[in-house]
Design a protein around this ligand. Structure first.
Ligand code: PLP
Length: 389
């Protein structure tokens, strides 16, 4: 099997697994207890918090462990809305993950939401943002990188504009973390979300950076864990895994990890573009994550392509959502102004540092032969070939 769907989730790194193992076996103490078994769990959490803080260039007390990226996003929005009851307006973007947009919408009609549009490159307009911030804006929340297209937003500039207007700023960095350097001190953000399973930690662990002095309201109230910011006995093994994964990611980023990912992605694209016609990049190629390639193939239904590549052991993603048997074009592609046809012929290829050049070459061959097969069988009416799944 070749796995090129690393924006969906990643394989747990063997060193992460080894770091977690003791806490799933003999080191089962509750970190809140006073005897040595519990103290060792507590020390393990402290160590993981230091690792995550170093990864984000933050202070230990600015890190709150959560259960996932979704919880981190929800908690940031909830905290901003609780900070000042007079501020009931949120600015976000039309390409945000549903963990942001649907949570914000769940607060309606008590709040107002303004969605910043994106251009054909998938990028927001900073002037539009500047014009939209109001006296009653509680929060501006803009994702660092889009999970589907990999397009990165101008977060530093957006955060600066927002803070100049005395407004809170959150960024969903769930799909950016581990792929590019994230430095909480380079931009004046209040909240930043990450999720372990996107960079080789297990699923079920996330973190929220909350800048010292920024407001925070806990969702979970009880035992006072996480300095009162999130009650509930800590998931020690997951937290240890998250810490180790951030330490490994930091090491990779310091040794040209971003360039290495981009090298694999460029190799994949070169192989494909050299061999087949009618392939297009979606969005701009300059402002994107180094690991993500979002391509559309003329006269190819992405659903057909997924079926054929899956049969050959290659895991890739189409941006479309499948509802009641009918595939809907991706809302991200629609927000960028693409046609339904273009959206439905698009796939996302997302690489990780665990992929090899050999895998990239094999994956290219599988994609090329599958595209050629679909095109050769394409019905005259232009509809999908529909291979039995
Ligand atoms: N935000 C982005 C950009 C994501 O890609 C994802 C996951 O796909 C999430 C939030 C939600 O993260 P989690 O799956 O950890 O809840």
């Amino acid at each position: 099997m070749i796995y090129l769907d690393n924006n969906a989730t990643t394989k747990v790194h063997p060193e992460v697994f080894l770091a977690m193992e003791p806490y799933l076996r003999d080191e089962y103490g509750n970190p809140s207890t006073g005897y040595d078994l519990g103290k060792r769990s507590n020390d393990a959490i402290k160590n993981a918090r230091t690792q995550v803080a170093e990864f984000l260039n933050a202070k230990e007390e600015e890190i709150v462990f959560t259960s996932c990226g979704t919880e981190s996003d929800n908690a940031a929005i909830y905290s901003a809305l609780n900070a000042d009851p007079k501020k009931r307006h949120i600015i976000t973007t039309s390409v945000e993950h549903s963990a942001v947009i649907l949570f914000a919408k769940s607060m309606m009609p008590n709040i107002e939401i303004t969605e910043l549009s994106v251009n054909g490159d998938g990028v927001i307009d900073l002037n539009e943002l500047e014009g939209l911030i109001r006296e009653d804006t509680a929060l501006v929340t803009i994702m660092w990188a889009n999970n589907e297209t990999g397009i990165c937003q101008p977060i530093q500039e957006a955060a600066k504009i927002t803070k100049e207007r005395n407004t809170l700023f959150h960024t969903d960095a769930v799909n950016a973390a581990g792929k590019i350097n994230i430095d909480s001190n380079e931009c004046p953000i209040d909240f930043l979300s990450i999720s372990g399973h996107k960079f080789h930690a297990p699923k079920g662990i996330g973190a929220l950076f909350v800048r010292s002095g920024s407001p925070f309201s806990p969702f979970l109230i009880g035992g006072g864990q996480e300095n009162g910011k999130r009650a509930g006995t800590e998931a020690v093994a997951q937290i240890v895994g998250m810490g180790k994964a951030t330490a490994l990611a930091k090491k990779r980023l310091l040794s040209n990890g971003t360039e290495k990912l981009a090298g694999l992605r460029d190799r994949l694209e070169k192989n494909i573009f050299e061999k087949i016609e009618g392939v297009h990049h979606n969005g701009c190629t300059k402002r994107r994550l180094p690991n993500t390639s979002h391509l559309s193939f003329e006269n190819v239904d992405a659903g057909d392509l997924l079926i054929l590549t899956n049969e050959k052991g290659l895991c890739i993603a189409s941006g479309s959502a499948c509802s009641t048997g009918k595939r809907e074009p991706s809302r991200i592609m629609k927000a960028m102004g693409y046609s339904n046809e273009r959206a439905l012929s698009s796939v996302r290829l997302s690489i990780s540092s665990m992929n090899t050049e050999k895998e990239i070459d094999k994956a290219s061959e599988i994609i090329i032969s599958s595209v050629e097969k679909i095109r050769s069988l394409k019905p005259k009416d232009g509809g999908p070939v529909i291979f039995a799944s």
